[in-house]
Each structure stands twice: as C-alpha cells, then as structure tokens.
Design a protein around this ligand. Structure first.
Ligand code: TYC
Length: 99
C-alpha cells in the first residue's frame, strides 16, 4: 500500500497506467455512407445516431475518432475495419494514434 498523499504519482504508479490509442477513421470519396455507419455500429458499438454523427464529421472534416482503446484492442479494430473494407472493395481506412 502506498503511504504517499493522495494525488501524488511516482514512476512505479505511472507505469501501471496503460497507454491508450485513438482509432481514427479517414474520409475517402468512394466508401458509401451507410457502410461507414455500419462499421461504427458493428466494430465500435455505436448507436445508429452516434454512428451517423461520427460518419458526417469524418465526411466533412477528413478524419474522426471511432473509439479509444488499449494498444492490442486498437490494433485489432484497425485490422478488422481494414479487412472488412477490403472484402467489400471499399477504400475505407482507419489508423491509430497514441492519445
Ligand atoms: N465521403 C464518403 C462519401 O461521400 C463517405 C465517407 C464518410 C467515407 C466517412 C469514409 O470515413 C469515411 N460517400
């Protein structure tokens, strides 16, 4: 048990906090909007209205956050989206970025 005052972190405490990664959806000119909203619901557990909102943001701004996860989970999401997009012959891509 730590004897330190609350709110104070030392190096040993810090290494136990896992780094989180943003999974970022990228816009393109070809992927249908309904496929993007499907992906957000299926792989990122978004509601239909959340999915619609994120898809529109990506469409307008060029990129947007689909979710934030630990490294292994983020890697899996990126892989799943890139694979399902390829299978459907759409250029939809995701990347991950440390928070
Ligand atoms: N820009 C696409 C279109 O007009 C829709 C789209 C949105 C594609 C988000 C990718 O990540 C994306 N059909």
């Amino acid at each position: 048990m730590s004897q330190k005052p609350q709110g104070e972190l030392d190096v040993l405490d810090k290494v136990e906090i896992p780094q989180k990664y943003k999974v970022i959806l990228l816009n393109d000119d070809f992927t249908p909007m309904n496929f993007v909203t499907f992906v957000l619901q299926r792989y990122f557990s978004k509601t239909p209205s959340e999915a619609e909102q994120i898809m529109i943001e990506v469409h307008q701004k060029g990129a947007g956050i689909a979710g934030v996860y630990t490294k292994e989970i983020a890697e899996m999401k990126v892989h799943q989206v890139n694979e399902v997009s390829k299978q459907n012959e759409y250029p939809l891509k995701t990347i991950m970025e440390a928070e």
